[in-house]
Design a binder for this molecule. Sequence first.
Ligand code: UT7
Length: 331
Amino acid sequence: MERKAVITGVGHYVPPKILTNQDLAKMVDTSDEWIVSRTGIRERHILEGKKGTSFMGIQAAKMVLKERNIRPEEIDLIITATVTPDTFFPSTACRIQEGIEAWNAWGFDLNGACTGFVYALGTGAQFIRSGAHNKVLVIGADKMSAIVDYTDRTTCVLFGDAAGAVLLEAVETDENIGVIDAILRSDGSGGEHLYMMGGGSLHPATYETLDKKMHYIFQDGPTVFKFAVTKMADISAEILQKHQLSGKEIKYFIPHQANLRIIDAAARRMGLDDSQVVVNIQNYGNTTAATIPLALSEVYHQNKLKKGDYVVIAAFGAGFTWGSALLRWAI
Ligand code: UT7
């Protein structure tokens, strides 16, 4: 019998406030037609009030605990993938630990940008397989509205706020189930194309960094697009080949939701038809580390996943970072 890392619960949180393409067309020089045809996005959700990313992570984690019917004290570890932590420190994971009262857990934030959830799931699974922990909460959460410049039409139409969470548990079994594999990559030479320059140790906040809008996200869209299309398609196909699976054997492909055209390119490479590809970008835009667990939670709660189903997740983001994971559903 082998010790497997199995997803036993999934949850998400989306703030109620909706920002539509029509709303954005009143704020910057853009149109619903441009946004839909170039990205697939129709609306996104925005977290209002004095709330940070941890607020959304706490709601998503509480949904998981409630549905799985376990006490927060049973959680051993909380990994929070985010690029919009409430604060640099303490970590958002510590804030979530307090919020859900997981008093026996430790935790940390993981910055893998849009690939954050895939990195965090791969990392969490290792803590389980190694025998270190039995119950790990893996959360992807981002309040992108906190770092978006709503006068920059090239980025403000793309992003939204949300959180998703999964519970990984140890299961001793001979069955090939749970998080079967994760292929994780990065290429730091891509850093100049997608970043937020200000606020870190290189460019601490000054009047100058504020004037130069360095506390906002910058993206060279076409360059990132070019890399994303190739890398996400390659790594999605690679994980299938590695496990000798054909596209037909996959129940769902759940890609990072940055651009419908990037998703389509990856799905084509894997030989999938539309019914196998989970797309919700029209409703939420790019919620960075939250896109995949949010989509997974939606599919699960629509009762579309059955025990034994193969699921592939894949993402590409700032760094550059990219990765894919193969899951075999077990609940
Ligand atoms: O999630 C992390 C990784 N990120 C990604 O994967 C995103 C990758 N990039 C993309 O998805 C796409 O590059 C974008 C959606 C960001 C942009 O689409 P594009 O087809 O690459 O457009 P573009 O940037 O080449 O811009 C085409 C034109 C430009 O005008 P000119 O220079 O041709 O006159 C832009 O100024 O569209 C203009 N444009 C807009 N027009 C209306 C850019 N943003 C907008 C806008 N509304 N919001």
